[in-house]
Design a protein around this ligand. Structure first.
Ligand SMILES: [Zn+2]
Length: 267
């Protein structure tokens, strides 16, 4: 995977292997990532890092768990998984994750917001962003919240686009919920999901998933500037050969998924 030198300058990106990783759980404005989106595209769905270890690096974030068994949501230092059957469950510390990003969330002043449909919500987040990378927490009442998740995969693992073609989408709103996630620049493609990547968890902890559409009726937005990304690579995952068609492959996978997605459980 190619990583743009600009990104490295923008982020003070550090890439280390597991053994060399230095954990500083108290470090604010630092995001910690295990593995890469490219590794997922290469069908590496087996977790390397335990969720317990992940939580030592941050209290807010997202990702997936072993075998792509749902969407990982980390809120207030607690990890939950939203599965493709519509269920949500706490994640035990010994469960492993093949891809996740967390940060010790240290936001600025919460901003009250009202009547933000999905695009307006993202535009508002963009307008409040001062750096290429931000972490966000948006809490409130969502008049609409459409999410997706993917079913657990078993070896031999199919390619990611085949998995996302089986993704399940459903509506969990109107609902009181929190969205957590990150904005990464497009030049982080391959390392991260570019743009705003948000996962949702309902306040009653009974529904959630990867956010497709979020219309925020009223609530608060909190943003944290991320100035450093610490990327820990599992053994065998490298950042090396360029994959020029990566963005196209991600786009193709998402487009295909959106066309093919079956309607999920209604809750
Ligand atoms: Zn996601």
């Amino acid at each position: 995977m190619a990583i743009d030198p600009e990104l490295i300058h923008a982020l003070h990106l550090s890439v280390e292997d597991h053994a060399a990783a230095t954990a500083d759980p108290a470090a604010a404005h630092r995001a910690f990532q295990t593995s890469t989106v490219q590794a997922l595209i290469d069908s590496r769905y087996e977790g390397d890092l335990s969720v317990g270890e992940l939580l030592a690096h941050g209290d807010l974030g997202l990702g997936t768990i072993d075998g792509l068994d749902g969407e990982l949501v980390v809120v207030h230092g607690q990890a939950f998984v939203a599965r493709a059957d519509g269920s949500v469950a706490p994640v035990a510390d010994d469960v492993r994750t093949p891809f996740a990003v967390v940060t010790p969330f240290a936001p600025g002043t919460p901003r009250p917001v009202k009547g933000l449909a999905h695009d307006a919500l993202l535009a508002t987040l963009d307008s409040l962003s001062t750096r290429p990378v931000h972490a966000v927490r948006a809490h409130g009442h969502f008049s609409r919240l459409r999410v997706r998740s993917v079913p657990r995969q078993h070896p031999p693992y199919p390619p990611l686009d085949a998995v996302t073609a089986q993704q399940v989408e459903w509506e969990i709103g109107p609902v009181d919920a929190v969205l957590v996630g990150f904005r990464f620049p497009s030049l982080a493609t391959g390392l991260e999901v570019p743009g705003w990547h948000l996962h949702a968890l309902a306040d009653d902890r009974r529904s959630g998933g990867h956010v497709l559409i979020a219309d925020l009726d009223h609530g608060t937005i909190e943003l944290d500037t991320v100035t450093e990304v610490h990327c820990e690579l599992p053994p065998g995952v490298e950042i090396a050969a360029p994959a020029d068609d990566l963005a196209d492959r991600i786009h193709a996978a998402e487009t295909q998924a959106n066309d093919a997605a079956p309607e999920g459980p209604s809750r």
